[in-house]
Design a protein around this ligand. Structure first.
Ligand code: SF4
Length: 327
């Protein structure tokens, strides 16, 4: 996979890679310094996607929120680094190429993110100087009608979506066939990840939401010796069971990092937890559970990308009632 020329690679913490376009001594947890670099990049080229490369990932969610507060789309930024080299057994260069390619594959979804001001109660409004920072959500795309009950927050009404109410959890995707599967967790994203798993002989995929990425700093090594490809999602509620089933059926181990205390403070978890618990994957924050799946990458039957794309597209088509799936 070639790094697209339109992606900027920023190497932090003094890390070196042949892909680095910008270099900074500060780490990802130095949020003001990282925002400053991003602003300089976006001043020249607004909306340019960026991969940050750092020794640790623990500042990523703070950065995401800070960018949203400043009115910059945080979904244009991905991060990777040393914890993911331990998780996947891939080099830093390979991980940069993987994330850069993933940014390209999912750019359409990322650019659809809308700025949303969370609703406040009347009492909060009455309190003077109460400021509610904006957040960015990627809303669902509707290709048909959905009943109001499809959204637990009442953001859906027939063919209309109230973007200011929507939290981008995609709970509606599992309740209404009129909601389109995003490229991120649909055929495009999964086929892209499968190709990496297959060509590098990896054991599986770790799906993890952007909010929890920093936890990999201390925990990535626990999956060892299994080698897992990191797959960052806006919310684990975006994962689609009938598509994951196709990948799991090929002998790829799937692990969803979610649940317990890690998700207890997440507003979206209550909306998607029942659906996530039914995914054809291990759902756990114990990465040690992945370790017993080591070496499956060597024993799995080889299935080429074309055949996998066909399987995924057929599954998407079946779920859509025969309609042409989105690639
Ligand atoms: S279920 Fe979630 S993503 Fe779907 S409309 Fe409601 S808030 Fe938005």
């Amino acid at each position: 996979v070639e790094v697209d020329v339109d992606i900027e690679i920023v190497c932090l913490s003094g890390l070196e890679s042949r892909h680095c376009g910008w270099r900074l001594e500060a780490g990802l947890d130095d949020v003001p310094a990282v925002v400053d670099v991003l602003d300089r990049i976006w001043e020249r080229d607004p909306g340019k996607p960026v991969v940050l490369v750092s020794t640790g990932l623990s500042g990523f969610w703070r950065l995401h929120r800070e960018l949203a507060e400043l009115g910059r789309n945080p979904f244009l930024v991905e991060a990777t680094g040393i914890p993911e080299t331990m998780l996947a057994g891939l080099s830093l260069d390979e991980l940069i190429e993987y994330h850069a390619g993933f940014l390209v594959a999912t750019l359409g979804d990322r650019r659809r993110a809308v700025k949303r001001r969370p609703p406040v109660t009347r009492r909060q409004l009455l309190r003077s100087l109460f400021i509610v920072p904006p957040e960015y959500v990627i809303p669902p795309r509707l290709r048909g009608r959905c009943p109001g009950e499809a959204c637990p927050l009442g953001a859906l009404d027939g063919e209309r979506l109230d973007e200011q109410r929507c939290k981008g959890c995609l709970a509606c995707l599992h309740r209404c066939p009129g909601v389109e599967v995003p490229a991120w967790t649909g055929v495009t994203g999964l086929a892209y990840a499968y190709e990496w798993v297959e060509t590098r002989g990896l054991d599986g995929v770790l799906f993890i939401c952007r909010r929890l990425l920093g936890r990999l700093d201390g925990e990535a090594v626990e999956a060892s010796p299994a080698r897992l490809l990191p797959f960052h999602v806006p919310c684990v509620g975006w994962l689609v069971p009938w598509l994951l089933q196709e990948i799991a059926g090929l002998g790829v181990y799937l692990h969803v990092y979610a649940g317990g205390e890690a998700c207890s403070s997440c507003q979206l978890w209550g909306l998607v937890s029942s659906h996530v618990s039914e995914l054809p994957a291990t759902v756990s924050t114990e990465l040690a559970e992945a370790s017993m799946h080591a070496y499956t990458g060597y024993t799995r039957p080889r299935v080429g990308l074309d055949a996998v794309l066909e399987r995924l597209s057929r599954a998407a088509s079946r779920a859509a009632g025969g309609a042409a799936p989105r690639a």
